[in-house]
Design a protein around this ligand. Structure first.
Ligand SMILES: NC(=O)c1ccc[n+]([C@@H]2O[C@H](COP(=O)([O-])OP(=O)(O)OC[C@H]3O[C@@H](n4cnc5c(N)ncnc54)[C@H](O)[C@@H]3O)[C@@H](O)[C@H]2O)c1
Length: 248
């Protein structure tokens, strides 16, 4: 697409805390890079706010996600869309950023609804645990939709990136370096440094399992048990999580 005639079009599937920040990052780039269409469609799981207003309408009116990212403008080229099919229909670059437990249902709704040649990237930390064992989210997306799926992971706290504090992340890809480079270009800003590595599984597992370790470390800190216990807990939590656990 980038070397062809049409410009790349991006849809973000998810509009929570990280989805809103990812849309903001992406929109700052699509607004200035000629290889991308300006508009970023952000699919919103519709919610009714305490005011009675729909979340998607509120986002489009205020250019702000008052529930999941209050106080931060998303960029005028971010359009909230509560209609999943409509949000993705023109996009050739799909960014998945919902909590992991919703991915399977969302993908099933998108079967045969995507633009030919669409590519995906998952920003989701977690695994789907099936009877046969754990299934990585990128694999789940590829198996249901039959499309290539890269991953983007890092030690990323959405609220810090929203206020442009420096952070870095890694795109994991399989074989197609040109596609990974295009994803990196879409996300990279002066305060968000993105590199690429030809290892989807390694990047996705590190992104997911680090959260399990973080929970264990937090428990040890809370109980004031010291660094030796923290070290052993981290090893133990990695061993356990590599067997079954799903994480957010
Ligand atoms: N928040 C972060 O700092 C951060 C950083 C890196 C990665 N992540 C990852 O990003 C993913 C999304 O996390 P988040 O923090 O944006 O989530 P969040 O908790 O802020 O938002 C939850 C989202 O899920 C939506 N939702 C609720 N019910 C739903 C349903 N039935 N179907 C579909 N959507 C539904 C909500 O509307 C909301 O948009 C997770 O996998 C998380 O691990 C988050």
């Amino acid at each position: 697409m980038e070397n062809g005639h049409a410009r790349n079009r991006v849809a973000v599937i998810g509009s929570g805390n990280w989805g809103s920040v990812a849309s903001r990052l992406i929109a700052s780039n699509t607004a200035k890079l000629p290889s991308f269409h300006d508009e970023v469609r952000m699919w919103v799981f519709e919610e009714i706010l305490p005011t009675g207003k729909k979340l998607s309408e509120s986002i489009n009116q205020a250019n702000e996600n008052c529930k999941y990212l209050p106080g931060i403008k998303l960029g005028a080229n971010v359009i909230a869309d509560p209609d999943l099919e409509n949000a993705v229909k023109d996009a050739n670059m799909l960014v998945f950023v919902t909590p992991h437990q919703f991915v399977e249902g969302i993908c099933k709704k998108l079967v045969d609804k995507l633009r030919p040649g669409a590519e995906a990237i998952s920003l989701i930390k977690g695994m789907e645990v099936k009877m046969e064992g754990p299934c990585m989210i990128s694999k789940l997306i590829t198996s249901i939709l039959g499309i290539n799926c890269c991953v983007l992971m890092g030690a990323n706290i959405a609220n810090e990136i929203a206020v442009e504090k420096f952070s870095e992340a890694t795109v994991g890809y399989k074989k197609d370096k040109e596609v990974a480079t295009r994803w990196a270009k879409l996300f990279t800003t002066p305060y968000f440094l993105v590199s690429i590595v030809e290892d989807i599984e390694g990047v996705e597992l590190c992104g997911t399992l680090k959260n399990v370790v973080a929970i264990a470390a937090g428990l040890v800190d809370g109980l004031d048990m010291g660094n030796n216990t923290k070290g052993s807990t981290e090893c133990y939590s990695l061993k356990m999580s590599s067997r079954t656990v799903s994480a957010d």
